[in-house]
Design a binder for this molecule. Sequence first.
Ligand SMILES: C[S@@+](CC[C@H](N)C(=O)[O-])C[C@H]1O[C@@H](n2cnc3c(N)ncnc32)[C@H](O)[C@@H]1O
Length: 457
Amino acid sequence: MARDVKPNVGAARGGSRRGGPRADGAGDARGGRRVSARGLAASLLVRLEREPATRASELLQGALGQLGDVRDRALATELVYGVLRWRWRLDHALERHLARGVAGLEPMGRALMRVGAHQLLVLDRIPKEIAVSATQDAARALGLGRLTGILNAVLRKVAASGEVWPGGDDDPAIAVRASLPRWIVAALREAFPDAVEREALALRERPRVSLRPTLARGGSEAALAALAAEGIETQAVASGLIEVVAGDPFATRAAGEGLFVAQDGSGLVVVDEVAAACGGALADKRVLDLCAGRGVKATALADRGARVVAVDVSRDKLDELLRVAARLGVHERIEATLALDVASEEAATALASLGSFDAVLVDAPCSGLGTLRRHPEIAWRAAPEDVSALAALQARLVAAGAGRVAPGGGLVYAVCTFIGKEGAVSLPSPFEAVARIDLAPSSGLDAFQVRRWIRSV
Ligand SMILES: C[S@@+](CC[C@H](N)C(=O)[O-])C[C@H]1O[C@@H](n2cnc3c(N)ncnc32)[C@H](O)[C@@H]1O
């Protein structure tokens, strides 16, 4: 059954503030020809498929310098994020015209085919003939002239026939319409049985970049004024965050001076829960952040006055946390950092040496499906069989954290996923569950599960 409703597609958006590797892999321009936006996008997509640990934002940030024109950079960004998001939908349209399916194509052929289909089916500003011919040109410039025939034949058929949307409310149909792997749709059905498609499509939206103004650097007023002075269009939102309407805030002097840091609203919900675990205010409370990572939440806690001990299995991330804390002017409230596998046998002794805390935050490693709006590549990589191992690790991390909560203190557990198994953590007496927050993808924030317990004695 044909449908005439297209999923909502937002405007192109750029990468992250961090640097990253150059796109010098499988598909760079050869024979001295300049790389095109389409060719670069296809090369990066091949790398993202090959390198499961690489983030699209970091790869783009490192590679976009190869394109001189700002419009080419915007197009390459749009194509990479577009294909990452709409892969299952694009493949559904392509499959009808490929005898051996999309999987039967060589990696670069597959990437170029998806880049072509994205221009034809999702973008509405590129004339169809240009979409087809420029994708063939990109193949030639990559030294892959042999692909031009199949690209031409298939993309012309896609241009002529458009999309045939599957009807019905079963998982395979929603998986095509929302462009998600079927197992993720099944997980959404378990979490939101009455709103599967709404929640699935919410995962495909593009969030605005949001910023947390640094209280230690003058708060919202200072950040808004500095961003406006550097030509960045923003708006303050109710949560206290700043949303970016236009411009790259991370390329500003204000960013270098630590007036703000990137932060999604769901992260603030977690920080508020830690404050609640401390009785309402964080000032001078001692907080243990057991999975502190690069410190988005640890620096928020410190900025609100907490004294934070930051633990993570990765020393590199903790070093980055310290750099960010210094930039934001909150480093003196990061009491210590400790690189430690919190799930290991030795962890209990190492953690005991830190004393006890008013609150412990376990912002655990998880499937990350709640952040698909920002990181669509996660849907390419996450697998249902990962969930059980993650749930076991999450339970160990919470148990380790519970041992460090002072009587009267609290423990907050957070995962950026809607998978129920990852939110199903329990703690025995003397802990009492006091708060449970389940943010759905349609909340407009990253989907999150947050749990809070207090320790009574
Ligand atoms: C969701 S991220 C934390 C994000 C961080 N709290 C923030 O706000 O920026 C989860 C973190 O858990 C860390 N991690 C994973 N396994 C761990 C373990 N066994 N022990 C300690 N940290 C671990 C990862 O390195 C990662 O930084």
